[in-house]
Design a protein around this ligand. Structure first.
Ligand code: PLP
Length: 441
């Protein structure tokens, strides 16, 4: 794509991007296979973000591609309002079988944002059906990310995403404190030791608002988009205990942490802490077709089935809920995860990933390094008067000079390697990032 033609690039308004800067030197990818993208100028770019936390087993896995091709030729679309297609039911069954024992029902969406909003609506409706109509307040966490729709945005806690819409966010929402604390937890490997007591902030909100008015609390088990914030040891269990004691539903947003990203089928499994609702998307289909799912405990589903006064139990759903081609992609992805022992591979890679990531800890531009499972972050000191510039420059340098794709959120370089990565590729990836950090101002 030449500079003269770059005006043509205005037709696509890029999401979460510097559109104007991008057009000056477009970073275009034209193909994807295995662990690599192909750039428009013919280079193989190693993808150290596995799509966008999506592509757990690499791009164009032949079994997933085949399943999608077959399905699209057989049934391209199937309405799911008042009509069913057996394959979506089979996939739901497989998904629930992979989930921790209490989760036996899945509501399908098309994205993580829709999963978050769906989960919040399920929580509110559940309390109504369950004879607790005053439970309407929703609690999120500072620095949380639950997508960009109004529900998820409102419980989310990332300032730049919210500020523009501050007056229009949904009412009745509050936030507990985030768990980031550099003076206590800098350069933690895995879960920080300090900070379990931060969960008690939920008790403060119970005392403030009256727990009988609180419907649900939503948190990511490991903060992702905010720049990798693993939970302090004991923190999630403490949140669980406070929720249980106060009759509040606990929602884990597992859009990133489900399907092996932290070395087990779900984060709930890994941490041994069971929420009441789990949201997923991304790795559900290995990123091949958009799809999300909200998993609920038996009791929640049964409450809808037994207490709804209307024949339609839940006035909610999407045109593409349970789309057959997405369902085929999900079915094949879940099968690949099992057959190839992907979650075990991810678990095995953790130690190496942690070591190579922390090899940059002494760099004078590095402020913090954090990791859990195959989620990692290198946080840079911001350049005076230009917050975020260093991170973005590292991203660009890696793409042009190192044939490497990493993502930056401001000055935080984020990593989401493939669950079946080669160790040497991870080592080389971090060496590339180190050179890029060296090279920038
Ligand atoms: C934890 C979490 N929830 C929700 C979302 C939103 O997902 P989507 O972009 O598919 O709407 C994301 C996306 O990164 C996420 O990480």
């Amino acid at each position: 794509m030449t500079t003269q033609s770059n005006d043509r690039l205005k037709s696509f308004w890029m999401p979460f991007s510097s559109n104007r800067d991008f057009r000056k030197a477009p970073r275009m990818i034209t193909g994807a296979k295995g662990h690599y993208y192909t750039s428009e100028d013919g280079r193989q770019i190693y993808d150290m973000f596995s799509g966008l936390w999506t592509t757990n087993v690499g791009h164009c896995h032949p079994k997933i591609v085949e399943a999608v091709q077959k399905q699209v030729a057989e049934m391209d679309y199937g309405i799911t309002f008042q009509i069913g297609t057996p394959k979506t039911y089979e996939m739901a069954e497989k998904l629930c079988a992979m989930a921790p024992a209490p989760f036996k029902h899945a509501f399908f969406t098309n994205s993580g944002s829709e999963s978050a909003d769906t989960a919040l609506k399920i929580a509110l409706a559940y309390h109504r059906f369950n004879g607790a109509p005053t439970r309407t307040r929703l609690i999120g966490r500072e620095r949380g990310y639950h997508g960009v729709n109004f529900g998820g945005l409102s419980v989310g806690g990332m300032g730049l995403n919210r500020n523009m819409f501050s007056a229009n966010l949904i009412p009745g929402v509050d936030h507990i404190r985030h768990t980031f604390n550099l003076s206590e937890n800098a350069f933690s490997r895995g879960m920080p030791r300090w900070g379990a007591h931060l969960a008690d902030d939920l008790q403060r909100l119970c005392d403030l608002h009256g727990s009988q008015n609180i419907a649900a609390v939503i948190v990511e088990p490991v903060g992702g988009s905010t720049g990798i914030l693993p939970p302090p040891e004991g923190y999630l269990q403490r949140l669980r205990d406070i929720c249980t004691a106060n009759g509040i539903l606990l929602i884990f947003d597992e859009v990133i942490t489900a399907f092996g990203r932290i070395g087990s089928s779900f984060g709930a499994e890994r941490f041994g802490v069971m929420p009441d609702i789990i949201t997923t998307a991304k790795g559900l289909t290995n990123g091949v077709i958009p799809m999300g799912a909200v998993l609920v405990r038996e009791e929640i589903y049964e409450t809808f089935m037994s207490a709804s006064p209307t024949s339609i139990e839940f006035f909610h759903g999407y045109t593409y809920s349970g789309h057959p081609v997405a369902a085929a992609a999900a079915m094949a992805s879940l099968a690949v995860y099992e057959e190839e022992g992907i979650f075990e591979q991810a678990r095995e890679l953790e130690g190496h990933f942690e070591n190579v990531l922390h090899s940059v800890a002494d760099h004078d531009k590095v402020k913090d390094v954090r990791n859990f499972g195959l989620m990692g972050a290198i946080e840079l000191h911001g350049r005076e008067g230009a917050a975020g510039a260093r991170g973005y420059e590292v991203h660009k340098r890696c793409f042009w000079d190192e044939n490497l794709l990493v993502r930056n959120g401001g000055d935080i370089i984020q990593f989401s390697p493939f669950l079946n990565s080669n160790k040497d590729d991870l080592t080389r990836g971090i060496e590339s990032v180190t050179r890029a950090i060296d090279a920038i101002e």
